[in-house]
Design a protein around this ligand. Structure first.
Ligand code: NAP
Length: 311
């Protein structure tokens, strides 16, 4: 009997996903009935995005698991009707590669001081060479799937990288820290700070007036993680004082960022519209089919959300 799999992620585009999903299920040897409109009581798995029309999971009486197409789960993790195993998107090499490219590109922009040469209306001969990467310590808050991949890419370019996580970790080439002291140490050395934490009740406002002051004067911030990680008023004050030289922000508390938000016109802020990375249908479809096949053959599913931790 085929597995019945509901695609409940209309915002992600059924037309983009249907063919890659069918190919990936065939590759895993799974016989599936796949669609966007299936009787709830027949559904075995839901491929999901938190902005889906499906918010009440109670009618899905034989549901085995929900597989999220996004890495971030903050908008679904507290849903009291979502009681089956809930997997988030990891192992999508397209998503990871996109983030590595966004982080590397924006890190190099600030490291090399590119802006001074791209816009130079007075034709000034600014003969100041940038330091080499070995002299530019980078800090990454969140050393998970994406933070680790970005850290390793920056290490390969010669940047000394320190990463901070909740648990203790070892990653070759990266100084791994955790705890309150680890946060302090990571911040106090980071000339460029990258936020790749999930949005949980504990991580909100990780960057606030107190922690912004721990960074070296004139530090750069990149936030491709989540908007609530930053206290916006504290960041604007730190930008105005020069404590933070520039913030490149991809994610915001309210998205799209309201047109009258002070970030838009601030000369030391770059806004990118939540495009740092996105799930790529071919690689995401393979990750989802692999995880469902694991569950069907008695192997533990991968990347299940820890509801207590919130990610
Ligand atoms: P992940 O693998 O779950 O990694 C999260 C990292 O944050 C882990 O290292 C975790 O520590 C750490 N962490 C969580 N809570 C913490 C705490 N209280 N204190 C210290 N460290 C904490 O997630 P990911 O796949 O790397 O993704 C990270 C985030 O990127 C996502 O949650 C999402 O919000 C964002 N994202 C943004 C975009 C975009 O386009 N802008 C795209 C994809 C993802 P442990 O290692 O100890 O668990």
């Amino acid at each position: 009997m085929p597995l019945t799999i509901l695609f409940a992620a209309s915002g992600e585009g059924w037309a983009r996903y249907e063919a890659p999903l069918r190919a990936a299920f065939a590759e895993e040897g799974l016989d599936v009935t796949l669609g966007t409109d299936l009787a709830p009581e027949s559904v075995d798995y839901i491929i999901y995005a938190p902005n889906s029309e499906v918010q009440d999971f109670r009618p899905y009486t034989r549901l085995k698991a929900v597989l999220n197409l996004w890495a971030g789960v903050e908008d679904a993790v507290d849903n009291p009707t979502l009681t089956v195993p809930f997997a988030r998107m990891v192992d999508d090499e397209g998503l990871t590669q996109g983030m590595v490219e966004w982080v590397t590109g924006h890190t190099l922009r600030h490291h090399l001081g590119m802006d001074a040469h791209i816009v130079n209306p007075d034709h000034e001969w600014r003969h100041v060479a940038p330091p080499v990467s070995a002299d530019r310590p980078v800090g990454i808050l969140g050393l998970g799937e994406l933070g680790t991949a970005c850290g390793l890419a920056l290490t390969r370019l010669g940047f000394p990288v320190t990463g901070w996580s909740r648990s203790e970790k070892t990653v070759d080439g990266i100084t791994c820290l955790n705890g309150r002291d680890g946060l302090h140490e990571t911040l106090s050395n980071a000339q460029i700070l990258i936020l790749l934490l999930p949005d949980t009740p504990v991580t909100q406002n990780t960057l606030n007036a107190e922690t912004l002051a721990m960074l070296p004067y004139g530090a750069f911030i990149l936030n491709p993680g989540r908007g609530p990680l930053i206290d916006d008023d504290a960041l604007l004050a730190a930008l105005d004082s020069g404590q933070i030289a520039h913030a490149t922000l991809d994610v915001f508390r309210t998205e799209p960022l309201p047109r009258d938000h002070p970030y838009w016109d601030h000369p030391q802020v770059t806004v990118t519209p939540h495009i740092a990375s996105e799930t790529r249908p071919p690689s995401a479809a393979r990750a989802i089919a692999r995880n469902i096949r694991r569950n069907e053959t008695g192997e533990p599913m991968l990347h299940l959300v820890d509801r207590d931790a919130g990610y």
